[in-house]
Write a protein that binds this ligand. Sequence first.
Ligand code: GLN
Length: 589
Amino acid sequence: MAVSKDLFAKISGSSTDNEYFLPLPKGYQKGKTKYVIVMGTVMSGLGKGIFSSCLAKLLQDKGLKVAPIKLEGYLNIDSGTLNPFRHGEVFVLDDGMETDMDLGTYERMLDQNLSRANFATSGQIYSSVLEKERHGDYLGRDVQMIPHVTGEVKMRLRELAVKTEADVVFVEIGGTVGDLENAFYIEAIRELAYEEGPNSCSFVALTYILEPKTLGEQKSKAAQLGIKQLLQLGIQPDIIACRCENPVTEQARQKMSVFGNVPFERVFSMHDSASIYSIPAMLRDCGIDFQVLRMLKLEDRIQLRHERKEWSRWCDFTDKINKETHDITIGITGKYISVRDSYASILNALEHAGIHLGCKVNVKWIDTTDITNANAAEYLKDVDGIIVPGGFGTRGWEGKISCVRYARENNVPYLGLCLGFQAAVIEFARNVCGINKADSTEIITDCKEPVISILPEQKKIEGLGGNMRLGGRDIELKKDTLAWKLFGKASSVRRRFRHRYEVDPEYIAKLEENGMVFSGKAPNQPIMQILELHEHPFFMGTQSHPELTSRPMRPAPMFIALTAAARKRKYPDQKMDEPLAVVEKVAKF
Ligand code: GLN
């Protein structure tokens, strides 16, 4: 039984004379925002973020306002210090928040910039509870997991609802049901559903159907047990989405329906798909979107005409998937080569560009630890373009510089991202400007020629722990350069940053005299942000991370240009447009 409307009003705020605890953010309107809660059972890595973002997209297409939030179980305040090898890439939001890679999936799928309000960790929740406790906010009560910690979680969800005026908040709970870390999140959403009343929350359980090769049939027992665990926590799922390599059989879905206590028409197969951009269509075809709308009584808020328009735009994009007429191979140098998640945004940005160009982009991972100038060709002779991506630390550094040299000298299209921008500067300083000892102070702290180093302004704030330049910043573009043209001849563009080191202004003149063009810089500061070399088919580096803002229907210009240049190189006998001409055709800013 849910609390009635009057009771909801009566118990709002905290009080010592009853057992309810329902602090609400200012302006919260019960019933305005509905909640879809996505949880995983059986195992992690099921793609909860992908599922949730695709479902959110379908509702957004219908004209509803959606706002996602990821609830992380770990105690870190943000994802900044997490090892990408273990957790996937660190995704940086425009406001500088360092988050889990799922936020990237939401931003891409919804074509929407998110903020720190869309990301919570246990660390954030506990620290704000402890802060409030010190502040005397709990009115003489002993501070407990329930209701105070769970209350804080609900507060975060409702604050997001107020801030975004969302019709639907999508809550993705990190980890798997049964983890100690996320137990209080699950309790919090149970309470949320109780307080908000019927037709306000829809619980989706993502689960996994095993298909052991030796048996050759689908097995649902583990999935049933996963759902049971959720039921034990007081949550009856409304929808079960069954992940599986192949389409889930009717028989397996029937079992999930009976044992999960969920009507058969709300048990869906969510089998593997070659591109995540095909998943919205898969969900739409099986009607999950309308099931959710019906459960949440949102049918009268949707605009079908809006949907028709959005869906046809989306299909124009997805219809191009798997219809490529050309293919290229991009070499990506990187430390975290064994895990694709570590470079999720770069792979997505390449996929976006490739789909628009009708060109399949294959990736060759290149461990640079053993690469030297002498053997670089062996590693790179079969690639059509090279990316040196962002990174931290010294491993493979000299090998990366050899890759840059190879790209520059052999006219191989090159895109340097953050660390790859710095590597391009060092390579050029050494091999073109003759500054033999050029290096970055990140690699050699007391190097003789610190062409890349921490700027004095940055050093000043270092002691405060704020020495990382994080989040969206403007880049001032230099007129008539390639970067200026790639960005539609705009005077500036905004891109996201996450770095500590930069080009030391002392060396700028020398680099420029020798032909390096700094086509983008920070307004009012001598911080170089984009470089390019002319008389090369495509050689560009940026201190920013353009991959973070590439969207399926608005691919990043630098990635389009790299893909186009690589294609031109691979097919010299075919008439191919110059990268800039391709960008002018494809890019939407
Ligand atoms: N390690 C370099 C710096 O801190 C580059 C960072 C990055 O590639 N994100 O400046």
